[in-house]
Design a protein around this ligand. Structure first.
Ligand code: SF4
Length: 345
């Protein structure tokens, strides 16, 4: 690991403490944050209103995470692009930028690899390496901003990239506090979505913080038999417990929970699955997002050809349901795919 600290991982108090120890005035904090978060500089030497000796002091003490983007892939329609980012310890992570009518969203990774091992996922197939720090998550948002034009900025965040965010809980919460801060990116909690494969105790812990953050539960199956196969964590926290926790989250925060459901041909796309799903979540403050599965090389699961039929059946059952707009199928947009490709010889 690097000898310098990541400036992006610092709270205001930590930064103030560093300034005070060295006898620098407090207002330097605002200058530094403006350079990093507004002007998006990654080299302390570029902070021209900061005295030269202080710039060199900064470079000797800190680095800025996620300054090195080693590959970029853009979708043909320009609606999505994926950044492969080199971390200070040589690990690589992915961040996806998606353009919507309402703004630009960044899909942020929370871990290098993942412990959960979902059947359809490239990240899970590569195993777990380490948690990301809050600073490395903030750094992904800044890397996304740097890759956009000067008049564009990320306006919403989905923590849905590589990793299980709730398995890295403290860093996740710190990340959300940092990007919410108006001297940093000022992204409102309502514009943040956190996804989970179903870590029930952490869902309840997140609910207890009462942040108006949207929870997206990767459900993918309406019963334990099927979900055990697709999301192995289900053996620890079965469907009924997960749905109860999701309901509690919605009640405590007042936020509508999203159930993500990746439709896989002849696995979870039958009419019976749709009816069971409707029975399971009826009456809850929630919405279902159907995802046409992105094919992953080396994983023998196919995308469903029944997406519209599944959607219509849920809708007829009175469930609020959408089909996720397909972004970036041509850029390895399913999490972990670009990283895997770059790891291959
Ligand atoms: S889908 Fe998410 S939780 Fe499941 S293995 Fe992939 S990264 Fe981990």
């Amino acid at each position: 690991m690097p000898e310098t600290r990541d400036l992006l991982d610092l709270t205001d108090e930590e930064l103030d403490c560093w300034l005070k120890e060295r006898g620098y005035p407090r207002y330097r904090r605002d200058q530094i944050l403006a350079w990093v978060f507004d002007r998006l500089v990654t080299d302390f030497e570029d902070m021209t209103n900061v005295p030269r000796p202080m710039r060199s002091d900064l470079s000797q003490s800190f680095h800025i995470a996620c300054s090195k983007v080693v590959a970029v892939r853009k979708s043909a329609d320009d609606a999505a692009s994926k950044l492969l980012i080199l971390l200070e310890d040589g690990q690589k992570i992915e961040t996806v930028i998606m353009r919507y009518r309402y703004g630009i969203s960044a899909c942020v990774s929370s871990q290098v690899g993942c412990k959960i091992g979902c059947a359809f996922c490239a990240s899970g197939a590569s195993g777990f390496v380490r948690d990301l720090t809050a600073g490395e998550m903030v750094g992904q948002v800044l890397a996304a901003n740097r890759s956009l034009g000067s008049d564009e900025r990320v306006s919403s965040i989905v923590v849905m990239g590589m990793g299980e965010p709730l398995d890295n809980f403290d860093a996740l919460v710190k990340f959300m506090e940092l990007i919410h801060d108006s001297d940093r990116t000022g992204i409102g909690y309502r514009r943040i979505t956190v996804s989970t494969s179903g870590l029930v105790p952490k869902i309840l812990e997140l609910a207890s913080l009462r942040l108006p953050v949207t929870l997206a539960v990767s459900l993918h199956a309406p019963d334990d038999l099927l979900r055990n196969r697709l999301v192995p964590l289900n053996r620890v926290y079965p469907v009924s417990t997960l749905i109860e926790a999701a309901g509690q989250y919605a009640e405590t925060t007042g936020r509508r929970v999203t159930f993500e459901y990746a439709l896989i041909r002849r696995v979870n796309d039958s009419d019976e699955c749709a009816r069971s799903l409707a029975r399971l979540i009826k009456g809850m403050l929630c919405h279902v997002n159907l995802i046409p599965l992105n094919p992953v090389s080396g994983i023998a699961l196919e995308r469903s050809d029944r997406v519209q039929a599944f959607h219509d059946l849920l809708q007829n059952e009175g469930i609020d349901v959408t089909i996720r707009r397909e972004l970036g199928i041509d850029i390895d947009a399913a999490c972990g795919q670009l990283r895997r490709r770059h790891a291959e010889p």
